[in-house]
Write a protein that binds this ligand. Structure first.
Ligand code: TZP
Ligand code: MG
Length: 490
């Protein structure tokens, strides 16, 4: 398969922990081809940067022109630029370039060394010219402080700083809280002015982790080139860096080399995505166990038809009933489910589900904006959440639900969908990553159900394969027997 091409425009770190070297390792691990435009050659080790020699503007121009000829990039990461003549050449190119651009606005090293060979105030005023050409700018707290010329001391300050950096022209900004030691979690804040979120991971012991910022911005760049949306790219990049820190090799003097060895697919690295910063790990919902064949139906008539066949999990997804009629239908459905010892999840109507004592509630992403999740948790109902992509899974993770549904696995006509099918390969990846019971949904039918079963998901949800079948009873019996043949679902 042809690899996507990405560039890093940054400095060389002779010790290989940060800079161009970290960027290329990240690109390699995330499956894109990395090219480099080297802006400076540093002599450095774990103690300090001993020497920096900036490359001439002429050479920057030549490097860019050579690559532009036959290594045209899908995305570009910009790291250390260092002086105004380099900045000018990069700016000239970016004005002609329409792909993705990620800017890590490096001004100081973690140890506080200046990484620019010109007056900092002047450099900052010049680098702002790049802001309007980038998709995301990724300052840490001290870089954000330098850009804005004031201190950032609280989460509220971080949010205000992000808005202000946006007003300087960037399409979106991610302020990294990794160095914000007073915080219990490592929390990053992203906004594009319309949407915003916090991403939080457990904080690891304070050490001199080399190249976290370079790695994060190059991971975002790689994921944008791979076709992920900006929000997904940020979640995957945060996972990648967290994994790198978690598995870092500790060297002398408390320096640590990030691990760069694989696509991140461990739940410990998945951040919690929330609207507000968090202070503790989200409380767990009660368990729902294995789910098996999981029809999603829109009326009590289907519940009456399917439960006698041996269906043990079902979702009532009523879309066009209201008031007394709706309440009556939910109430009766709950009674029937109890009679058959089946797990009935109510879609959307969480308040009625609580009042009427349902087994659980299923919510889509939009419903999460309005439902009172704590109330559902306190009422001891199970909660399932629909997800379609990385950032939605990170958001679901922040509610610690009873199960997570992923889809569409295949193309579906039952729901208008702005997400491409995940396919079996991404479903396998989610199975590997998540400890939650996992429900696969979207386009699953008798022809492809074996492929889904092989991924060892805990539930298989389907609509049309049952409700649009010529003979729904026969279709359900066949699907049930397929599930029962597979030991893990029997
Ligand atoms: N969420 C993701 S796909 C989908 C939903 C509700 C529809 C699944 O319907 P079908 O007919 O089984 O493809
Ligand atoms: Mg819904």
């Amino acid at each position: 398969m042809k690899q996507e091409i990405v560039w890093t425009i940054a400095g060389s770190d002779s010790s290989g922990g940060a800079g161009i070297q970290a960027d290329l390792k990240t690109f390699q691990n995330l499956g894109v081809h990395g090219c480099s435009v080297i802006t400076a050659v540093t002599a450095q080790n774990n103690q300090a940067i001993q020497k920096i020699e900036f490359i001439s503007g002429k050479s920057i121009e030549s490097q860019i022109q050579s690559l532009n000829h036959d290594f045209f990039p899908k995305a570009i990461k910009i790291g250390m630029l260092g002086n105004l003549s380099i900045l000018e050449k990069v700016l000239d190119y970016l004005r002609t370039y329409s792909g993705y651009v990620v800017l890590d606005p490096i001004i100081l090293s973690s140890s506080g060394n200046h990484l620019v060979d010109t007056d900092i105030t002047n450099y900052i005023s010049q680098i702002k010219k790049i802001f309007s050409l980038v998709d995301v700018i990724t300052p840490n707290i001290s870089e954000a402080e330098n850009i804005l010329g004031r201190n950032i001391k609280s989460h509220q300050d971080v949010e205000n700083a992000a808005s202000e950096i946006l007003s300087l022209g960037a399409k979106s900004v991610l302020i990294k809280g990794g160095h914000f030691q007073q915080d219990h979690f490592s929390q990053d804040y992203w906004t594009n002015g319309l949407e915003s979120f916090w991403l939080s991971n457990k904080r690891y012991p304070d050490r001199n982790y080399r190249g976290t910022g370079c790695t994060l911005s190059s991971a975002i760049t790689a994921c944008l080139a791979l076709g992920y949306t900006i929000k997904d790219a940020i979640v995957i990049a945060k996972m990648y860096v967290n994994r790198g820190i978690r598995l870092a090799e500790i060297m002398h003097d408390d320096a640590a080399l990030l691990n760069h060895s694989a696509w991140p697919q461990e739940e410990v690295d998945l951040p919690y995505m929330t609207q507000q910063p968090i202070h503790e790990v989200p409380e767990k919902f009660i368990a729902c166990g294995a789910l098996g064949l999981y029809p999603v139906v829109d009326s009590i008539d289907w519940i009456k038809k399917l439960l006698p066949l041996g269906v043990k999990t079902i979702q009532l997804r009523i879309k066009n009933k209201y008031g007394i009629e709706l309440e009556k239908e939910i109430k009766e459905s709950i009674n029937i489910a109890k009679k058959y010892h089946a797990k009935l999840f109510i879609n959307d109507y969480w308040e009625l589900a609580i009042t009427l004592g349902a087994y659980g509630v299923h919510l889509g992403q939009e419903d999460l904006n309005t439902a009172d999740i704590n109330k559902i948790r306190k009422a001891n109902l199970r909660l399932g959440i629909s997800t379609h992509c990385y950032y939605e899974v990170a958001r679901a993770h922040a509610f610690n639900p009873s199960y997570i549904a992923c889809g569409p696995i295949f193309p579906t006509t039952s729901k208008i969908m702005s997400f491409a099918p995940l396919g079996i390969s991404q479903l396998k990846r989610w199975r590997q990553t998540l400890h939650y019971p996992l429900v696969a949904i979207g386009g699953i039918n008798i022809k492809n159900i074996n492929d889904v079963l092989q991924t060892s998901v805990n539930g298989i949800a389907l609509i049309s394969a049952i409700t649009q079948a010529q003979d729904p009873i026969d279709a359900t019996n066949k699907l049930l027997s397929r599930m029962n043949h597979n030991v893990s679902y029997a």
